[in-house]
Design a protein around this ligand. Structure first.
Ligand code: KIV
Length: 261
C-alpha cells in the first residue's frame, strides 16, 4: 500500500485528519504545508464553473484541475473525485480511474456512494486503485441538500453502507451532512478513518471546500466556518487598482519595461 495512504489510516484514533479542497496549483501549494489530504472535488462545478450541481463535470475537467493541483503538492495525499457517469460499470470505472491516475499522478480517487457501487470500489481496489468512499449527502445522486441519518433506522442504513465500502477496500470515507450521533456510530464502527463535512466533530478528520471557508464562494451553510472574508479583501484591492488606473498612478515609472523586466 502507498505509504501516504497507510499514514492516513494510522491517524485513526491518534490525531485528526486535516483536509481541504483545491482546484489549482497556487492554492494547493499553500494547503500542502498544512493538510493531510488535498481533494480535487467535483464541487468545482459549483464553485468555479457556476453550475447548479456537479452533474455536468467530466473526466477531462477533473484531469485538468488535478494536474494543476499536482504541481503544488509535495507531501499531502492527493485525492481526485471521479465525476458522475465516469464509473457507471466496472470496465468504464477502471479505464477512467487509471486515466485519472496516469494523467494527474494522484494518490487515490473518490467515489460517491449510491448504496450499490461499493462493488465498483471493490473492483478498483482489486486493480490496485486506492479509493476513498463518500456517503450521506452525495451531490451526484441526491437533489436535496438535507441532514442524513437523523433516525435510528436511517443511521443503521448509513452504517451498513459504510461497512460495505470498508469491506470493499476503501481506505477512508467522507461523511457528508450526517447527524452527529450517526457520525459517531459510523466512526466508532469502522477501522478506516471517516472525514466529515457537516457531520460534527465525531469524525476522524474534517474537510471543507476551501472557497467556502475563505469566504469567496458565497455558499455558507451552518456547517461552514468562515475563517476569512476574502471577497472583501479582493474587492479592496480591485478598488485601489481601479482608482490608480483612473488617476494614472498605475502603471508608474517603476512598472515600465524600458530595457529590463
Ligand atoms: O466535491 C467536493 O468538494 C467534495 C467534498 C465536499 C467532500 O466531495
Amino acid at each position: 500500500m502507498n505509504k501516504k495512504i497507510q499514514n492516513i489510516i494510522n491517524k485513526k484514533n491518534k490525531s485528526k485528519i486535516v483536509s481541504l479542497t483545491a482546484y489549482s496549483k497556487n492554492i494547493a501549494k499553500i494547503l500542502d504545508k498544512h493538510c493531510d489530504i488535498v481533494l480535487v472535488g467535483d464541487s468545482l462545478a459549483n464553485v468555479l464553473y457556476g453550475l447548479n450541481n456537479t452533474h455536468k463535470v467530466n473526466l477531462e475537467n477533473m484531469i485538468k484541475h488535478a494536474a494543476s493541483v499536482r504541481k503544488g503538492i509535495k507531501k499531502s495525499l492527493l485525492v481526485v473525485d471521479m465525476p458522475k457517469g465516469s464509473y457507471k460499470n466496472f470496465k468504464l470505472a477502471k479505464k477512467n480511474a487509471k486515466l485519472l491516475m496516469k494523467k494527474t499522478d494522484c494518490d487515490a480517487v473518490k467515489i460517491e456512494s449510491n448504496k450499490k457501487n461499493f462493488r465498483i470500489i471493490k473492483f478498483l481496489v482489486k486493480h490496485k486503485i486506492p479509493v476513498m468512499g463518500h456517503i450521506g449527502f452525495t451531490p451526484q445522486f441526491k437533489k436535496k441538500f438535507k441532514i442524513e441519518g437523523d433516525s435510528k433506522k436511517k443511521a443503521e442504513n448509513l452504517l451498513e453502507e459504510a461497512k460495505n465500502i470498508e469491506k470493499a477496500g476503501a481506505f477512508s470515507i467522507v461523511l457528508e451532512c450526517i447527524n452527529s450521533e450517526a457520525s459517531k456510530l459510523i466512526t466508532n464502527s469502522l477501522k478506516i478513518p471517516t472525514i466529515g463535512i457537516g457531520s460534527s466533530n465525531n469524525c476522524d478528520g474534517q474537510i471543507l471546500v476551501t472557497d467556502d471557508m475563505l469566504g469567496i464562494s458565497g455558499f455558507y451553510p451552518k456547517f461552514v466556518k468562515k475563517y476569512l472574508s476574502l471577497d472583501r479583501i479582493i474587492e479592496k484591492a480591485i478598488k485601489k487598482y481601479t482608482r490608480d488606473v483612473k488617476l494614472k498612478k498605475f502603471p508608474s515609472k517603476k512598472n515600465f519595461l524600458n530595457g529590463s523586466r
